[in-house]
Design a protein around this ligand. Structure first.
Ligand SMILES: [Fe+2]
Ligand SMILES: [Fe+2]
Length: 329
């Protein structure tokens, strides 16, 4: 029996083939691919094209624009991970079990910037039963890993950096420009009846520039320094008065700020729900922003919860004589 899951990138509803969809009289075992083309998401009414395989980490979304993605041979074993406990941080759960990101997306639990709190605390904040969440996570991890993710806690830091740049940064550079153009078009055509899309443009345009600058700093200073020092196995320090934790701290602050901006955009767009009179560009804009948010969660998670802690642990803090320096702006 098929048990693949497919997630709606607009509202995070998951179509589970093992369950079907009783609300639409769809029996268990009906594959997502065989659903009628006119089928709509039971939660937000999005079409089938708004869905993606619920691997959450294999990222098929940008394959057409992502140089090198999808062609790499596995460089580390697939992560089998340790058993989930309530005391584990949310970020640690996703680092150990990448497939769990689907569940956290569905439950609106932040696993990137806010991933440091325990699973128990995260559930308490959301008013969820932690035991049920642990069970749900265990089900997904056991039964639903259609595209296994490499164990990013075991590969070299250079390989992890290459993965982040090719799978997230490079496609994002293209996608930011495309979304901005779409946002300008929608604001121009619909701003009069929907002032929120003008507000959205005012938030997104400077956000795009901040993200581009952020990625530039990572790619030109932080990432090469980490990769170089890993290969040379020397201590690492930055001329501005400390070790690698300083530039990493700056990057993490910028990640927090990006999280707040995405939250603002989500509120402005009623969780990316297009209004009744939305044209295709309008729908496409909201769809693109919902996917952009999902990608950003996964991207920031791999930096905040895997790359940065590993870099700090491997090289230690505050030693060496490196003259590199990175400032926040
Ligand atoms: Fe990044
Ligand atoms: Fe980053």
């Amino acid at each position: 029996m098929s048990n693949a899951k497919t997630i709606c990138t607009v509202c995070n509803y998951i179509y589970d083939e093992a369950q079907g969809e009783p609300r639409q009289n769809i029996a268990p075992s009906v594959e997502f691919a065989s659903l009628n083309e006119a089928w709509r998401c039971p939660e937000c009414n999005s079409g089938k094209d708004m869905f993606q395989p619920c691997t959450c980490v294999s990222l098929p979304i940008y394959e057409s624009t992502c140089v090198g993605h999808g062609n790499k041979k596995p460089v580390a074993p697939v992560n089998s991970g340790q058993a989930i406990s309530k005391a584990m941080s949310v970020g640690e759960v996703v680092a150990q079990h990448p497939a769990s990101a689907c569940i956290f997306e569905q439950l609106s639990i932040d696993y990137c910037c806010g991933g440091k709190i325990s699973l128990e605390e995260a559930c308490r904040k959301k008013g969820l039963d932690v035991d049920q969440v642990v069970k749900k996570l265990a089900d997904v991890i056991t039964n639903n890993v259609p595209t296994p993710e490499l164990d990013w806690t075991q590969v070299s830091l250079k390989d992890l950096i290459d993965h982040i740049v090719s799978v997230y940064h490079n496609p994002l550079k293209y996608e930011l420009g495309r979304i901005l153009a779409l946002s300008e078009k929608v604001a121009l055509r619909h701003g009069e009846n929907h002032p929120e899309v003008v507000e959205l443009l005012k938030v997104f345009a400077p956000f795009k520039e901040e993200l581009e600058l952020h990625m530039q700093k990572e790619e030109m200073i932080l990432f090469p320094t980490i990769a170089q020092r890993e290969s040379q196995n020397k201590p690492i320090s930055f001329g501005c008065g400390g070790g690698i934790e300083h530039p990493i701290g700056v990057m993490m602050m910028e990640h927090d700020s990006a999280g707040e901006t995405m939250e603002k955009m989500r509120k402005l767009t009623n969780s990316y729900t297009p209004p009744e009179d939305a044209c295709n560009s309008y729908k496409q804009l909201f769809h693109s922003l919902a996917r952009f948010e999902l990608e950003m969660h996964q991207h920031v998670h791999k930096e905040n919860n895997i790359l940065f802690p590993r870099a700090i642990e491997l090289f230690g803090a505050g030693s060496g004589n490196d003259q590199s320096c990175m400032t926040a702006k």
